[in-house]
Design a protein. Structure first.
Ligand code: SF4
Ligand code: SF3
Length: 550
């Protein structure tokens, strides 16, 4: 096998024997085969769209099928075999519709591929992977950019899936996903052509995050600063993990009046900031545990049912597998998958029954809390105060310390960095990397908290809006603001967000804990020359350099 799509890739240069995430070579092969048939489906879908043939169902399927191949999402071979069959069925169906429309066949021969279902899909996937990887023996820099596009598109597809769940879709997003997938099969694109496609991934990701933001804010209201208890209440309990706020709401709806308290985990912490969710469901109590990589400890201790939506799932341990349930693109062989109800929505009854069977919390613990909900509306609502504080010299600098968390010890950099930020500076944060410092009391500057949780990784959209508004207020560009971005990455959503920041021309981003293995030295030097993108150094060195910027 070969996979290098995430930050924890083995020895920093690719998982070859077994995934550091727990993915087996067999699952990797069927994931590669699934992505291959999706690349074959893409030009056919594009042709259909040109002819005005509806691809709505295929658009949604494509995003979910891509999403399932991301790091820590789905480890179930059957899921990918099923996706391969569905992709081919969609492709053949659209081809038939195109023929009926009387259009000449102009798609590439690749779109006729069909695996031999009597033979192992694993060995066929391995062959396909080798063919794709052989392109890396030609121009390594072009191959590096192709992988950047492929991984960035995975991030975009995941956000598009979440946005779609709340009725927010844009044909331009699906169109570009197909264009990028189809481009991956072309051999005649130059290095500059690939740079342009990678930046376009960033542009489309910005639009996709905007759709997701519109979905969340129109459904649940704009986040407001909200205290979130970290202590539990006595009684039966359900823990909801992942990124999916509508699924959290579905669980809240189905547990009304059942005497169950619902807790968030991981990237669902910012859900507490949405006013309509808090007002409607008083049994949404607090947050439990920290980032995804601590789930084996957190889940084992939780005395109720646990539902994991989307990502990030680790291979479950025996001591909590019986109380763990999956929903949506996420999955693991043998794991309890939430069934669909008669209304076409997930029916959480098995998880609710499990929560009622389990003891729940038998004792209260001491009250502790963190704050969330500092998204664009909340921060820009006090923009005058912020601007005044900057002008008066009370706020010297803003740091956006955001991104993913992970298991490696070198991620302590981010904790140390935040601890060392001087007292006249503000820290904005987002995504699961914040769990390295989210419960630190950094105090406030003239009533403005020094640690502001903007939200999930997709709320990078909100952080961008805050930066643009501040730049406009000061009459400068974003790069001239006293703002530095210190980012941590782990999986492919972070790749998409990074491409968005580069598309917007943001300079001087510091990226860690290590640079992506799929970025070749020449591509890295191009990024450092054009955008001054750099790897993190030490907290002291980076802080000094950022503060010297002004
Ligand atoms: Fe390795 Fe990451 Fe790929 Fe898993 S997703 S196999 S850890 S590179
Ligand atoms: Fe985290 Fe998976 Fe990236 Fe959404 S939960 S940020 S890693």
């Amino acid at each position: 096998m070969f996979c290098e799509q995430c930050e924890q890739t083995a020895s920093g240069n690719g998982c070859h024997q077994w995934g550091a995430c727990g993915k087996s070579p067999e699952v990797n092969a069927v994931q590669d085969l699934s992505m291959y048939v999706l690349r074959g489906l893409a030009p056919v879908a594009l042709r259909a769209r040109e002819l005005g043939i509806s691809t709505t169902e295929v658009d949604r399927f494509t995003c979910e099928a891509i999403f399932a191949t991301m790091t820590n999402v789905n480890f179930d071979r059957d899921r990918f075999s099923n996706d391969i069959r569905r992709a081919i069925a969609y492709r053949e169906d659209i081809k038939a519709q195109i023929q009926q429309a009387g259009a000449p066949e102009t798609w590439l021969p690749i779109s006729c591929y069909e695996p031999d279902y009597n033979e192992s899909l694993v060995s066929q996937g391995q062959e396909i992977s080798l063919q794709f990887l052989s392109q890396g023996q030609g121009n390594v820099d072009i191959f590096s950019l192709k992988l950047t596009v492929l991984y960035g598109i995975k991030g975009v597809a995941s956000y598009a899936f979440h946005a779609m769940e709340m009725g927010q879709e844009d044909g331009a997003v699906y169109q570009f996903i197909y264009e990028a997938l189809a481009a991956l099969e072309r051999q005649n694109i130059t290095l500059n052509g690939w740079v342009a496609i990678a930046l376009k991934v960033g542009e489309i990701n910005l639009r996709t995050m905007e759709l997701l933001d519109a979905g969340h804010t129109s459904t649940y209201g704009h986040p407001t600063p909200t205290p979130v208890p970290l202590n539990h209440k006595t009684g039966k309990a359900i823990l909801v993990s992942g990124h999916d706020i509508p699924q959290l709401e579905a669980i809240l709806t189905q547990t009304v009046g059942k005497g169950i308290t619902v807790y968030t985990h991981g990237e669902l912490l910012p859900a507490h900031g949405y006013p309509r969710l808090k007002e409607t469901y008083p049994h949404l109590h607090g947050h439990y545990g920290t980032a995804w990589q601590n789930q084996t400890k957190d889940f084992a201790k939780f005395p109720g049912a646990i539902i994991i939506t989307t990502n990030c799932l680790m291979p479950p341990h025996d001591n909590y597998e019986h109380k763990l349930f999956s929903v949506g693109p996420v999955g693991y062989p043998g794991l309890n998958a939430i069934p669909m109800g008669a209304d076409g929505h997930p029916d959480f009854t098995p998880a609710i029954n499990k929560a009622l069977e389990l003891p729940g919390f038998t004792e209260e613990d001491a009250p502790r809390q963190v704050m969330t909900g500092f998204a664009r509306n909340a921060v820009l609502g006090v923009a005058d105060k912020v601007i005044e504080a900057v002008k008066a010299g009370q706020i010297r600098h803003f740091f956006l310390v955001g991104g993913c968390d992970g298991a490696k010890p070198d991620r302590n950099y981010y904790t140390e960095f935040v601890e060392k930020v001087p007292e006249d500076c503000i820290v904005l944060t987002l995504a699961c990397g914040k769990f390295r410092f989210f419960d630190k009391d950094l105090g406030n500057i003239g009533g403005i908290p020094r640690l502001l949780d903007v939200g999930q990784c997709n709320d990078a959209y909100s952080a961008i809006q805050i930066a643009i508004a501040l730049a406009n207020a000061f009459g400068v560009g974003v790069n001239e603001l006293p703002l530095s971005m210190i980012l941590s990455w782990y999986e492919q959503k972070a790749v998409a967000v990074l491409l968005t920041l580069l598309y917007l021309g943001i300079q001087d981003i510091r990226l860690g804990p290590t640079l992506p293995a799929f970025i070749s030295p020449n591509v890295m030097s191009l990024l450092s020359q054009t955008y001054k993108l750099k790897p993190i150094a030490t907290p002291d060195e980076d802080l000094a350099a950022c503060l010297a910027k002004g």
